[in-house]
Design a binder for this molecule. Structure first.
Ligand code: AMP
Length: 191
């Protein structure tokens, strides 16, 4: 299996690039943000719990997210590889993911980390809010809270994988196609 984490702050282009990458490489896209939004749309108890955190720009508790990923794996036993987008977002999630992958006798091959300046992130998210229909993209305070959560809880996840020499930085500014090409070059020499 080829398992890849696409990492970066909110607004760094993970969603856009993930869609192109899963199509090119035939990977299964696991976006915890998308899964949570589906739960909210379906008004499930998990969705209702998650919404309260998402609306404030805070991370959803680890046990909720890890349980959701575990059940996603149960439904995708035939996958030839996963692209993780927006997960793991804490050290506890990273450790849990390693254990879940170990059970499947596989592991993370590489973490591609998109780097984008903070002002560019806010600009992109505000712009996305005009069309995405996402309530957490329209309020600048919520956007800034999401970036703060990223610095406080998520940035350390890169250190976790750096210890295993699995992190590659990729410039996340430029055209969508340029960034896609840089990501593909990093994948092609590992796959
Ligand atoms: P995203 O679509 O990845 O930007 O996620 C939107 C929101 O969903 C985040 O701001 C968090 O509130 C929540 N979320 C998504 N993925 C996770 C995760 N792995 N851990 C905790 N919260 C998450």
């Amino acid at each position: 299996m080829f398992n890849l984490i696409l990492f970066g702050p909110p607004g760094s282009g993970k969603g856009t690039q993930s869609e192109k990458l899963v199509e090119k490489y035939g990977l299964v896209h696991l976006s915890t943000g998308n899964l949570l939004r589906e739960e909210i749309t379906n008004k499930t108890p998990l969705g209702l719990e998650a919404k309260a955190f998402i609306d404030k720009g805070q991370l959803v508790p680890d046990e909720v997210v890890i349980g959701m990923v575990d059940s996603f794996f149960e439904h995708h036993k035939e996958a030839k590889g996963f692209l993780f987008d927006g997960f793991p977002r804490t050290s506890a999630q990273a450790e849990a993911l390693d254990k879940l992958l170990e059970l499947k006798k596989t592991s993370i091959c590489v973490m591609l980390a998109l780097s984008v300046s903070e002002e560019e992130l806010v600009k992109r998210l505000m712009k996305r809010g005009e069309t995405s229909g996402r309530s957490d993209d329209t309020n600048e305070n919520v956007i800034r809270a999401r970036i703060t959560e990223y610095h406080n809880k998520t940035a350390v996840v890169a250190d976790y994988y750096r210890n295993f020499d699995k992190v590659v930085l990729v410039k996340g500014e430029g055209t969508v196609d340029d960034i896609f090409r840089s990501l593909c070059a990093e994948i092609d020499c590992r796959i």
